[in-house]
Design a protein around this ligand. Structure first.
Ligand SMILES: Cc1cc2nc3c(=O)[nH]c(=O)nc-3n(C[C@H](O)[C@H](O)[C@H](O)COP(=O)(O)OP(=O)(O)OC[C@H]3O[C@@H](n4cnc5c(N)ncnc54)[C@H](O)[C@@H]3O)c2cc1C
Length: 442
């Protein structure tokens, strides 16, 4: 795994089976510290193909992010065929209790092949069996019937959802397959890449072009910058599948097409009972929280409402109501404040409405941030919005750096004017009309 600079890992000594250190092989003058790992089956010059997508399920349904990843994988592999002339498949893989129907649904959402493992003991996510089965599937192990559609060692690419379970599983499966992982990615594309690092080329001073490289973009430093991670083989060691976990909401799912044709394959494997040493004896279903994603408009309130928190909240809600499809979000500043909200608006001050790094990530057509300073932890949750309108008394507020319109003014004066403008059907947003909080005639 490497960022674009391909940093070289430190050399080390490895142990042989009898516990004695091995001499690190250095036939090419370079060290390969993990080449002799015994617990995994590393490959060299393996055959790789297809993009695999782990389709997480919950309560007998595919998670939305599973559909989103399938849509993205479809687009990537269609482009792959155009670029390289090779037809490679999108392969969904999943497991659970009675999940054959879900495998068929994966085909409707863009997969060419769906491999599923049915076992009532797999109804809920469990580390050991889920990891073992996923790695077994990826290696092409299983029954003859389940593997004759593929003629390669391991997937070329593999995607997991960056959910709680998906993050766990992705790290474990990629370790099992002796590859790496770019976690929490928000964009993916496939391109060639020119490398000069001798660890990757095998020879100092030589440039080499590597084809079909999955470029995995992810936010770093709380979204302050984006890095592109590449997973490139060494001359003596393969790093496949090239793997990523994907932030929910990053991609659009395809419209499901129940007439799409694809291959549904049942996976078989003996699963020992001692993989189920963790027994789930009881569980509670959390009440569904507020989903702020997918709305045309988000009105977000920040600590600028401090002078009268209840009135500020009411004004934000009035503006939400003026739009056809809007929701109210808040900053963490409000969640952690000690504001005393009156009962009718108190529910809107809870963490479930928080937008940002530790809250929800939204990308509406219009994002109206009232009394929000624009901390980097907030920015990462709204950065992808089409149009950002900021209302702030402080022209130096950081949110000005990433707003399309900045309205200098007191939100207690600006918000009612904005609401009136929207209610009056002035759909083309004209922030100047409400910017100065001045007389009623403008
Ligand atoms: C690990 C970590 C994770 C975090 N995660 C998140 C996260 O997910 N989401 C998040 O939002 N924050 C998060 N934070 C907190 C973040 O750093 C900021 O503290 C927070 O976003 C600030 O909220 P705010 O903009 O409402 O408040 P402030 O920073 O206090 O800004 C208030 C703004 O309102 C303006 N203002 C004041 N009065 C008015 C008025 N009458 N009219 C108009 N404007 C006015 C001020 O000029 C100011 O710009 C996180 C912090 C950490 C350390």
């Amino acid at each position: 795994m490497t960022t674009n600079d391909d940093s070289e890992p430190e050399p080390d000594e490895t142990e042989s089976d009898d516990g004695e250190p091995n001499e690190t092989e250095s036939d090419d003058g370079l060290s390969h510290p993990t080449r002799d790992k015994k617990h995994v089956r590393a490959l060299t010059d393996g055959d790789y193909a297809d993009m695999w997508v782990f389709c997480e399920t919950q309560g007998g349904e595919l998670l939305e992010v599973s559909k989103e990843m399938l849509g993205k994988a479809r687009a990537l592999m269609d482009q792959f065929e155009e670029d390289y002339g090779d037809e490679e498949d999108v392969v969904a893989f999943l497991m659970g209790d009675d999940c054959e129907g879900l495998a068929e649904e994966c085909i409707a959402y863009g997969a060419d092949v769906a491999v599923y493992h049915d076992d009532e003991r797999l109804e809920r996510f469990l580390h050991k069996p889920y990891t073992e089965i996923a790695a077994h599937m990826a290696r092409g192990e299983g029954t003859v019937e389940s593997t004759d559609w593929r003629e390669y060692d391991e997937p070329r690419y593999i995607l997991f959802p960056a959910t709680n379970n998906g993050r766990d599983l992705s790290a474990k499966v990629q370790a099992e397959l002796d590859s790496g992982l770019a976690s929490d990615c928000s964009d993916l594309f496939i391109e060639e890449n020119e490398v000069s690092n001798p660890v990757k080329t095998g020879e100092p001073g030589v440039k080499k072009t590597v084809e079909k490289v999955l470029h995995m973009k992810r936010p770093d430093f709380s979204g302050f910058e984006y890095s592109t991670i590449l997973c490139l083989d060494n001359p003596d060691r393969d790093f496949h599948p090239q793997g990523a976990s994907v932030i929910p909401g990053s991609f659009e799912p395809l419209e499901p097409d129940s007439d799409r044709e694809g291959l549904v394959v049942e996976h078989e494997m003996d699963i020992p009972d001692d993989w189920f040493r963790v027994e789930i004896t009881d569980y509670d279903r959390l009440e569904a929280g507020i989903d702020l994603t997918g709305h045309d408009v988000i009105v977000c309130l920040g600590r600028g409402i401090a002078d009268d928190p209840t009135a500020g909240m009411e004004l934000g809600l009035d503006l939400v109501d003026a739009f056809e499809d809007a929701e109210l979000g808040i900053t963490r500043g409000i969640v952690t404040s000690s504001y005393q909200f009156e009962g009718h608006v108190e529910a809107y001050s809870k963490e479930e409405r928080q937008i940002g790094e530790t809250g929800q990530v939204v990308a509406p057509d219009l994002y109206i941030a009232a009394g929000v300073s624009g901390a980097v932890q907030h920015k990462v949750g709204m950065d992808e919005s089409d149009t950002v309108v900021a209302i702030n008394t402080d022209t130096d507020a950081r949110i000005g750096d990433f707003s399309d319109y900045f309205i200098e003014g007191d939100l207690f004066e600006v918000l009612p004017r904005l609401t009136a403008a929207v209610e009056a059907g002035e759909t083309a947003l004209e922030p100047e009309a409400v910017a100065d909080g001045g007389d009623d005639d403008d």
